[in-house]
Design a protein around this ligand. Structure first.
Ligand SMILES: *Cc1c(COP(=O)(O)O)cnc(C)c1O
Length: 356
Protein backbone atom coordinates (compact mmCIF):
# COMPACT_ATOMS: atom_id res chain seq x y z
CA UNK A 1 0.00 0.00 0.00
CA UNK A 2 1.31 3.42 -0.89
CA UNK A 3 1.54 5.98 1.90
CA UNK A 4 0.24 9.34 0.74
CA UNK A 5 1.87 12.47 2.20
CA UNK A 6 0.05 15.77 2.70
CA UNK A 7 2.18 18.46 4.31
CA UNK A 8 0.94 21.25 6.55
CA UNK A 9 0.77 24.76 5.12
CA UNK A 10 1.02 26.26 8.60
CA UNK A 11 4.00 24.68 10.39
CA UNK A 12 4.16 25.50 14.10
CA UNK A 13 7.18 26.98 15.84
CA UNK A 14 9.41 24.19 17.11
CA UNK A 15 10.54 24.17 20.73
CA UNK A 16 13.79 26.08 21.20
CA UNK A 17 16.92 24.22 22.32
CA UNK A 18 17.01 24.19 26.11
CA UNK A 19 13.25 24.81 26.39
CA UNK A 20 11.52 22.69 29.07
CA UNK A 21 9.51 20.14 27.13
CA UNK A 22 7.94 18.06 29.88
CA UNK A 23 6.15 14.93 28.69
CA UNK A 24 3.37 14.57 26.12
CA UNK A 25 2.26 18.21 25.94
CA UNK A 26 3.71 19.43 22.66
CA UNK A 27 2.86 17.75 19.35
CA UNK A 28 4.69 17.77 16.04
CA UNK A 29 3.28 19.08 12.75
CA UNK A 30 2.08 15.79 11.26
CA UNK A 31 0.45 12.48 12.11
CA UNK A 32 0.03 9.10 10.45
CA UNK A 33 -3.55 7.95 9.88
CA UNK A 34 -5.11 4.80 8.40
CA UNK A 35 -8.75 3.63 8.27
CA UNK A 36 -10.37 0.24 8.60
CA UNK A 37 -13.76 -0.99 7.53
CA UNK A 38 -15.02 -4.57 7.74
CA UNK A 39 -14.94 -6.10 4.26
CA UNK A 40 -12.39 -3.57 3.05
CA UNK A 41 -9.56 -4.03 5.57
CA UNK A 42 -7.07 -1.29 6.44
CA UNK A 43 -6.93 1.41 3.77
CA UNK A 44 -5.62 4.85 2.87
CA UNK A 45 -2.43 5.03 4.96
CA UNK A 46 -1.41 8.69 4.94
CA UNK A 47 0.59 11.41 6.59
CA UNK A 48 -1.49 14.49 7.22
CA UNK A 49 -1.15 17.72 9.22
CA UNK A 50 -1.59 17.11 12.97
CA UNK A 51 -5.08 18.20 13.90
CA UNK A 52 -8.35 17.40 15.55
CA UNK A 53 -10.39 14.33 14.70
CA UNK A 54 -14.00 14.43 13.73
CA UNK A 55 -15.90 11.64 15.52
CA UNK A 56 -19.54 10.84 16.08
CA UNK A 57 -20.53 11.33 19.74
CA UNK A 58 -21.73 7.72 19.44
CA UNK A 59 -18.25 6.50 18.38
CA UNK A 60 -17.79 3.16 20.12
CA UNK A 61 -14.36 3.93 21.60
CA UNK A 62 -15.88 6.78 23.63
CA UNK A 63 -18.33 4.46 25.38
CA UNK A 64 -16.86 1.00 25.72
CA UNK A 65 -13.13 1.62 25.55
CA UNK A 66 -12.23 -0.48 22.54
CA UNK A 67 -8.78 1.10 22.21
CA UNK A 68 -5.15 0.00 22.19
CA UNK A 69 -1.91 1.98 22.20
CA UNK A 70 1.86 1.77 22.16
CA UNK A 71 4.68 3.95 23.48
CA UNK A 72 8.13 4.30 21.98
CA UNK A 73 10.81 6.94 21.33
CA UNK A 74 13.05 8.34 18.59
CA UNK A 75 16.47 9.69 19.57
CA UNK A 76 19.16 11.80 17.94
CA UNK A 77 22.35 9.75 17.74
CA UNK A 78 25.94 10.93 18.02
CA UNK A 79 26.34 11.40 14.28
CA UNK A 80 23.10 13.31 13.73
CA UNK A 81 21.14 10.19 12.77
CA UNK A 82 17.67 9.48 14.16
CA UNK A 83 17.22 6.12 15.91
CA UNK A 84 14.35 3.94 17.04
CA UNK A 85 14.71 1.17 19.64
CA UNK A 86 13.18 -2.20 18.71
CA UNK A 87 10.12 -0.69 16.96
CA UNK A 88 9.22 -4.11 15.51
CA UNK A 89 8.52 -5.25 19.08
CA UNK A 90 6.08 -2.39 19.64
CA UNK A 91 4.04 -3.17 16.53
CA UNK A 92 4.08 -6.90 17.36
CA UNK A 93 2.80 -6.08 20.86
CA UNK A 94 0.16 -3.80 19.37
CA UNK A 95 -1.14 -6.80 17.43
CA UNK A 96 -1.23 -8.84 20.66
CA UNK A 97 -3.27 -6.09 22.27
CA UNK A 98 -5.47 -6.00 19.14
CA UNK A 99 -6.20 -9.72 19.45
CA UNK A 100 -7.36 -9.31 23.06
CA UNK A 101 -9.54 -6.30 22.21
CA UNK A 102 -10.94 -7.85 18.99
CA UNK A 103 -9.38 -5.07 16.91
CA UNK A 104 -8.27 -6.12 13.41
CA UNK A 105 -4.65 -7.14 12.91
CA UNK A 106 -2.36 -4.45 11.45
CA UNK A 107 0.42 -4.93 8.91
CA UNK A 108 3.42 -4.39 11.20
CA UNK A 109 5.80 -3.58 8.34
CA UNK A 110 3.45 -1.01 6.83
CA UNK A 111 3.08 0.67 10.23
CA UNK A 112 6.85 0.80 10.70
CA UNK A 113 7.22 2.27 7.21
CA UNK A 114 4.55 4.86 8.08
CA UNK A 115 6.32 5.69 11.32
CA UNK A 116 9.68 6.14 9.57
CA UNK A 117 8.08 8.40 6.99
CA UNK A 118 6.38 10.43 9.70
CA UNK A 119 9.68 10.90 11.52
CA UNK A 120 11.42 11.92 8.30
CA UNK A 121 8.71 14.51 7.63
CA UNK A 122 8.90 15.80 11.23
CA UNK A 123 12.62 15.23 11.78
CA UNK A 124 13.09 18.80 13.02
CA UNK A 125 10.75 17.93 15.91
CA UNK A 126 13.16 15.37 17.34
CA UNK A 127 14.80 17.31 20.18
CA UNK A 128 18.59 17.48 20.49
CA UNK A 129 18.99 18.24 24.20
CA UNK A 130 20.75 15.62 26.32
CA UNK A 131 18.33 12.84 27.34
CA UNK A 132 15.42 14.26 25.33
CA UNK A 133 13.52 12.28 22.69
CA UNK A 134 10.54 12.31 20.38
CA UNK A 135 7.87 10.27 22.18
CA UNK A 136 5.81 8.21 19.72
CA UNK A 137 2.23 7.19 20.39
CA UNK A 138 0.62 4.72 17.96
CA UNK A 139 -3.01 3.94 18.84
CA UNK A 140 -6.22 2.45 17.47
CA UNK A 141 -9.82 3.40 18.27
CA UNK A 142 -13.19 1.92 17.24
CA UNK A 143 -15.17 4.68 15.52
CA UNK A 144 -18.53 3.10 14.53
CA UNK A 145 -21.38 5.44 15.49
CA UNK A 146 -23.27 2.69 17.33
CA UNK A 147 -24.25 2.21 20.95
CA UNK A 148 -24.64 -1.58 20.87
CA UNK A 149 -21.92 -3.53 22.64
CA UNK A 150 -20.04 -5.52 19.99
CA UNK A 151 -16.65 -5.36 18.26
CA UNK A 152 -16.43 -2.37 15.91
CA UNK A 153 -16.57 -2.49 12.12
CA UNK A 154 -14.70 0.78 11.69
CA UNK A 155 -11.38 1.82 13.18
CA UNK A 156 -8.78 4.54 13.01
CA UNK A 157 -5.08 3.82 13.46
CA UNK A 158 -3.00 6.89 14.25
CA UNK A 159 0.56 7.76 15.19
CA UNK A 160 1.19 11.08 16.89
CA UNK A 161 4.56 12.28 18.16
CA UNK A 162 5.57 14.57 20.99
CA UNK A 163 9.00 16.07 21.71
CA UNK A 164 9.69 15.24 25.35
CA UNK A 165 12.35 16.20 27.86
CA UNK A 166 14.72 13.94 29.76
CA UNK A 167 12.80 11.86 32.31
CA UNK A 168 15.39 12.62 34.99
CA UNK A 169 16.14 16.32 34.82
CA UNK A 170 19.09 16.08 37.17
CA UNK A 171 20.37 12.57 36.49
CA UNK A 172 19.10 9.13 37.42
CA UNK A 173 17.27 9.34 40.77
CA UNK A 174 15.58 6.70 42.97
CA UNK A 175 11.77 6.68 43.19
CA UNK A 176 9.46 5.96 46.11
CA UNK A 177 6.65 3.55 45.35
CA UNK A 178 3.46 2.67 47.23
CA UNK A 179 2.45 -1.02 47.39
CA UNK A 180 -1.28 -1.11 46.60
CA UNK A 181 -3.20 -3.62 48.72
CA UNK A 182 -6.76 -2.44 48.13
CA UNK A 183 -7.32 -1.94 44.40
CA UNK A 184 -6.08 -4.38 41.76
CA UNK A 185 -4.87 -3.69 38.22
CA UNK A 186 -5.49 -6.93 36.39
CA UNK A 187 -6.29 -10.60 36.78
CA UNK A 188 -5.32 -13.59 34.71
CA UNK A 189 -7.73 -13.79 31.78
CA UNK A 190 -8.32 -10.04 31.90
CA UNK A 191 -6.58 -7.36 29.84
CA UNK A 192 -3.41 -6.88 31.91
CA UNK A 193 -1.13 -8.03 29.09
CA UNK A 194 -2.61 -5.53 26.63
CA UNK A 195 -1.88 -1.82 26.39
CA UNK A 196 -5.52 -0.77 26.43
CA UNK A 197 -7.01 2.42 27.85
CA UNK A 198 -9.27 0.76 30.42
CA UNK A 199 -6.32 -0.63 32.40
CA UNK A 200 -5.05 2.88 32.99
CA UNK A 201 -8.47 4.39 33.72
CA UNK A 202 -8.97 1.75 36.40
CA UNK A 203 -5.59 2.51 37.96
CA UNK A 204 -6.01 6.27 38.38
CA UNK A 205 -7.66 6.13 41.78
CA UNK A 206 -4.77 4.17 43.31
CA UNK A 207 -2.24 6.51 41.71
CA UNK A 208 -4.14 9.49 43.07
CA UNK A 209 -4.17 8.08 46.61
CA UNK A 210 -0.46 7.24 46.41
CA UNK A 211 0.34 10.79 45.23
CA UNK A 212 -1.48 12.21 48.26
CA UNK A 213 0.96 10.30 50.44
CA UNK A 214 3.94 11.53 48.44
CA UNK A 215 4.60 8.34 46.50
CA UNK A 216 5.13 8.81 42.78
CA UNK A 217 3.79 5.44 41.64
CA UNK A 218 1.96 2.29 42.66
CA UNK A 219 3.27 -1.29 42.82
CA UNK A 220 0.46 -3.70 41.94
CA UNK A 221 0.03 -7.08 43.58
CA UNK A 222 -1.73 -10.01 41.91
CA UNK A 223 -5.47 -9.54 41.54
CA UNK A 224 -6.52 -12.77 43.27
CA UNK A 225 -4.57 -13.11 46.52
CA UNK A 226 -2.93 -9.67 46.55
CA UNK A 227 0.20 -11.44 47.60
CA UNK A 228 2.52 -11.70 44.59
CA UNK A 229 4.32 -8.75 43.03
CA UNK A 230 3.15 -7.84 39.53
CA UNK A 231 4.41 -4.48 38.22
CA UNK A 232 4.35 -0.70 38.59
CA UNK A 233 1.94 1.62 36.66
CA UNK A 234 4.01 1.66 33.48
CA UNK A 235 7.10 -0.28 34.52
CA UNK A 236 8.10 -3.88 35.13
CA UNK A 237 10.08 -4.55 38.31
CA UNK A 238 13.33 -6.34 39.13
CA UNK A 239 15.08 -7.23 42.39
CA UNK A 240 18.71 -8.26 42.90
CA UNK A 241 18.16 -10.98 45.48
CA UNK A 242 20.47 -13.72 46.78
CA UNK A 243 22.98 -13.24 43.98
CA UNK A 244 20.49 -13.42 41.14
CA UNK A 245 18.05 -11.05 39.47
CA UNK A 246 14.38 -11.83 40.06
CA UNK A 247 11.45 -10.44 38.07
CA UNK A 248 7.81 -11.59 38.12
CA UNK A 249 7.05 -14.11 35.38
CA UNK A 250 4.64 -13.13 32.60
CA UNK A 251 1.41 -15.05 33.04
CA UNK A 252 -1.24 -12.86 31.42
CA UNK A 253 -1.86 -10.05 33.88
CA UNK A 254 1.53 -8.33 33.51
CA UNK A 255 2.41 -6.10 30.55
CA UNK A 256 5.36 -7.68 28.69
CA UNK A 257 7.71 -4.68 28.57
CA UNK A 258 10.25 -4.32 25.80
CA UNK A 259 12.64 -2.65 28.26
CA UNK A 260 12.02 -5.69 30.51
CA UNK A 261 13.00 -8.21 27.84
CA UNK A 262 15.99 -6.07 26.76
CA UNK A 263 17.16 -5.85 30.39
CA UNK A 264 16.86 -9.62 30.87
CA UNK A 265 18.92 -10.14 27.71
CA UNK A 266 21.68 -7.74 28.83
CA UNK A 267 21.82 -9.20 32.35
CA UNK A 268 22.18 -12.69 30.88
CA UNK A 269 24.85 -11.41 28.44
CA UNK A 270 26.76 -10.25 31.52
CA UNK A 271 26.64 -13.75 32.97
CA UNK A 272 24.01 -13.04 35.62
CA UNK A 273 21.26 -15.44 36.50
CA UNK A 274 17.82 -13.96 35.81
CA UNK A 275 14.89 -15.80 37.32
CA UNK A 276 11.39 -15.06 36.03
CA UNK A 277 9.24 -16.38 38.83
CA UNK A 278 6.51 -15.58 41.32
CA UNK A 279 7.76 -13.46 44.18
CA UNK A 280 5.52 -12.45 47.05
CA UNK A 281 5.73 -9.12 48.82
CA UNK A 282 6.33 -11.05 52.08
CA UNK A 283 9.29 -12.87 50.56
CA UNK A 284 10.77 -9.58 49.37
CA UNK A 285 10.24 -7.91 52.74
CA UNK A 286 11.80 -10.77 54.67
CA UNK A 287 14.78 -10.96 52.30
CA UNK A 288 15.26 -7.21 52.56
CA UNK A 289 15.13 -7.34 56.38
CA UNK A 290 17.84 -9.98 56.22
CA UNK A 291 20.00 -7.83 53.94
CA UNK A 292 19.60 -10.17 50.97
CA UNK A 293 18.11 -7.62 48.54
CA UNK A 294 20.89 -5.56 47.00
CA UNK A 295 18.98 -3.49 44.46
CA UNK A 296 15.49 -2.85 43.13
CA UNK A 297 14.57 -1.14 39.87
CA UNK A 298 11.78 -0.64 37.34
CA UNK A 299 12.00 -0.84 33.53
CA UNK A 300 9.89 1.02 30.95
CA UNK A 301 10.22 3.20 27.86
CA UNK A 302 9.56 6.47 29.70
CA UNK A 303 12.32 6.29 32.32
CA UNK A 304 14.23 3.33 30.77
CA UNK A 305 15.52 2.24 34.21
CA UNK A 306 14.20 3.64 37.50
CA UNK A 307 16.04 2.81 40.71
CA UNK A 308 13.51 2.00 43.46
CA UNK A 309 14.69 3.62 46.68
CA UNK A 310 11.67 2.82 48.83
CA UNK A 311 8.61 0.57 48.81
CA UNK A 312 5.90 1.45 51.29
CA UNK A 313 3.84 -1.62 52.23
CA UNK A 314 1.19 -0.87 54.83
CA UNK A 315 3.06 0.61 57.78
CA UNK A 316 6.35 -0.80 56.59
CA UNK A 317 9.00 1.04 54.58
CA UNK A 318 11.38 -1.17 52.65
CA UNK A 319 14.53 0.73 51.76
CA UNK A 320 16.76 -0.64 48.98
CA UNK A 321 20.44 0.11 48.54
CA UNK A 322 20.19 2.73 51.28
CA UNK A 323 17.78 4.69 49.08
CA UNK A 324 20.51 5.30 46.50
CA UNK A 325 21.27 3.87 43.05
CA UNK A 326 22.71 0.36 42.87
CA UNK A 327 25.65 -0.56 40.66
CA UNK A 328 23.76 -2.98 38.41
CA UNK A 329 20.86 -0.52 38.07
CA UNK A 330 23.27 2.20 36.93
CA UNK A 331 25.05 -0.17 34.54
CA UNK A 332 21.76 -1.22 32.92
CA UNK A 333 20.67 2.40 32.56
CA UNK A 334 23.99 3.43 31.02
CA UNK A 335 24.05 0.45 28.65
CA UNK A 336 20.44 0.70 27.46
CA UNK A 337 20.56 4.48 26.93
CA UNK A 338 24.00 4.06 25.34
CA UNK A 339 22.55 1.65 22.79
CA UNK A 340 19.46 3.81 22.24
CA UNK A 341 21.48 6.97 21.51
CA UNK A 342 24.06 5.05 19.47
CA UNK A 343 26.93 5.73 21.88
CA UNK A 344 27.60 2.04 22.57
CA UNK A 345 27.84 -1.09 20.41
CA UNK A 346 24.49 -2.73 19.69
CA UNK A 347 25.24 -6.48 19.72
CA UNK A 348 21.61 -7.54 19.28
CA UNK A 349 20.78 -5.10 16.48
CA UNK A 350 18.10 -3.33 18.53
CA UNK A 351 18.61 0.15 17.06
CA UNK A 352 16.92 1.08 13.80
CA UNK A 353 18.29 4.14 12.03
CA UNK A 354 15.61 6.28 10.37
CA UNK A 355 17.71 8.92 8.64
CA UNK A 356 21.40 9.41 8.06
C1 LIG B 1 4.14 0.17 28.70
C2 LIG B 1 4.11 -0.50 30.01
C3 LIG B 1 5.24 -1.11 30.58
C4 LIG B 1 6.62 -0.99 30.00
O1 LIG B 1 6.77 -1.47 28.71
P1 LIG B 1 7.98 -0.99 27.80
O2 LIG B 1 7.78 -1.71 26.53
O3 LIG B 1 9.22 -1.38 28.49
O4 LIG B 1 7.84 0.49 27.69
C5 LIG B 1 5.08 -1.81 31.77
N1 LIG B 1 3.89 -1.90 32.37
C6 LIG B 1 2.79 -1.30 31.87
C7 LIG B 1 1.51 -1.45 32.59
C8 LIG B 1 2.87 -0.58 30.68
O5 LIG B 1 1.79 0.03 30.20
Amino acid sequence: MKIRVGLTKTPKAKPAPGQKLGFGRIFSDHMFVMNYKTGKGWYDPRIVPYGELSLSPAAMCLHYGQTVFEGMKAYYGEKGEIRLFRPDQNFARLNNSNRRLTIPHIDEELCLEGLKKLIQVDKDWVPHDQGSSLYIRPFIIATDPMLGVRPGDEYLFLIITSPSGAYYESGLAPVKIYVESNYVRAVRGGTGMAKTGGNYAASLIAQDEAHKQNYSQVLWLDGVEQKYIEEVGAMNVFFVLDGEVVTPELHGSILPGITRSSSIQLLRDWGLNVSERRISIEELDKANDEGRVLEAFGTGTAAVISPIGELRWGEKKMIFHGGSIGQLTQRLYDTLTGIQYGRLPDPHGWSVVVTE
